[in-house]
Design a protein around this ligand. Structure first.
Ligand SMILES: NC(=O)c1ccc[n+]([C@@H]2O[C@H](COP(=O)([O-])OP(=O)(O)OC[C@H]3O[C@@H](n4cnc5c(N)ncnc54)[C@H](OP(=O)(O)O)[C@@H]3O)[C@@H](O)[C@H]2O)c1
Length: 339
């Protein structure tokens, strides 16, 4: 197979190289998947530089999220269970080694492709979709009529959150850092869009809400909890999703008391360790939204990335904050033309 193998840490994605390697040999409980599309994540950029929490021993294949077709099913599963997928099934998922033409993955890292979806769109759902669903639905208890503020609304988790909040009957205020990204957030259903580079954004948010009461839920992947306190309603929930701006905020807890609000964390990746029984419910909810057309793929389409050769450029677009949604690279199958 072909893959982006890392033999030493690099300064940036431009140093990544494509190699021809032996096909992966799946363990007895793993599937082998032919990759048709691979999605970029900020943690891929950290990992190739040796700055991520999980660093495999050298040499390792970079990338994680993918979509593709099962080419080999597990030979044995715990308890003699029958495999959920068979050869030829279309799936998406995440496993170390997504920047390749083939990958091995266990069943809990795979999901069936939503009906009518392309490989391109499905490659970018495994992380963002359930993160935003679990945050808004499981953790913040979103309901019809809520006002929801989604920060970095044109980002990967942001566009997922906009769609899920709308599907639950909320009014969505989106923030982003460029006019183009604000337009993208609107095109995915946001009712209002505010440029958060202007320092008066909290007042603008408040003014939009009924009687200026503020928003019921703040979805924050950036690190804007402190400032969002200025525009949260009584009984509001502030979801701590991430720190895309780089700094981890510290805040005075008296503000939580005075505003009568909850600051709620969400660590989707850790559900598999701490609350695996909650995972299926989240996916069921998300599939319902895809089936009813309320949730669609969020792939960046301003530029097209085709072939492993374009992974560095895709990672550069992601890291340079030029992209929106999920930056996904189409992977032509071996022996297939790139066009
Ligand atoms: N809690 C969880 O379980 C969980 C799961 C998945 C992801 N996350 C976290 O959520 C965050 C967002 O993930 P994502 O996949 O949506 O990322 P993404 O697609 O790269 O989007 C991040 C957005 O953050 C905004 N941003 C603000 N300041 C930034 C800065 N200094 N540098 C770069 N971007 C900046 C950008 O929008 P503008 O240009 O419009 O400002 C960008 O669109 C990350 O921190 C990630 O680790 C958490």
């Amino acid at each position: 197979m072909r893959a982006i193998q890392v033999t030493e840490y690099v300064k940036g994605p431009e140093e990544l190289k494509i190699s021809t390697l032996p096909d992966p040999v799946p363990k007895s409980d793993e599937y082998l998947i032919a990759i048709h599309a691979t999605a970029t994540n900020f943690f891929d950029l950290l990992q190739i530089r040796g700055k991520y929490q999980s660093q495999p021993p050298f040499p390792w294949i970079s990338g994680s999220e993918f979509s593709g077709v099962i080419t080999k099913a597990p030979s044995s599963l715990p308890g003699g269970r029958a495999p959920k997928f068979k050869v030829g099934d279309k799936v998406f998922g995440a496993s170390q080694g997504g920047y390749a033409t083939q990958v091995a993955a266990p069943e809990d890292r795979l999901r069936p492709m939503p009906r009518g979806w392309s490989f391109f769109d499905a490659a970018g759902v495994f992380v963002t979709g359930p993160t935003s669903y679990a945050a808004l639905v499981t953790r913040a208890g979103i309901k019809k009529g809520d006002w929801v503020l989604v920060h970095a609304a044109a980002g990967g988790v942001g566009l997922a959150a906009v769609q899920i909040a709308k599907a639950f009957g909320a009014t969505v205020i989106a923030t982003a850092g460029t006019q183009h990204k604000l337009d993208v957030a609107r095109s995915f259903g946001a009712d209002h869009a505010i440029d958060y580079r202007q320092s008066d954004w909290p007042e603008k948010v408040k003014k939009l809400t009924p009687k200026g009461r503020g928003v019921d839920i703040v979805y924050d992947p950036v690190g804007l909890i402190g400032q969002s306190m200025k525009c949260i309603a009584w009984n509001g929930r502030l979801l701590v999703i991430g720190f895309a701006a780089g700094d981890i905020e510290k805040m005075a807890t008296n503000r939580i008391l005075l505003k009568n609000v909850s600051v709620v964390g969400l660590h989707w990746g850790a559900y598999s360790i701490n609350e695996p029984e909650a995972i299926e419910k989240v996916w069921e909810g998300l599939y319902e939204l895809t089936e009813s057309g309320k949730y669609r793929g969020t792939c960046f389409t301003d530029k097209e990335y085709v072939g492993l050769e374009s992974v560095p450029a895709a990672l550069q677009a992601l890291g340079g904050r030029e992209s929106w949604g999920k930056v996904v690279v189409k992977i032509p199958q071996e022996g297939q033309s790139k066009i």
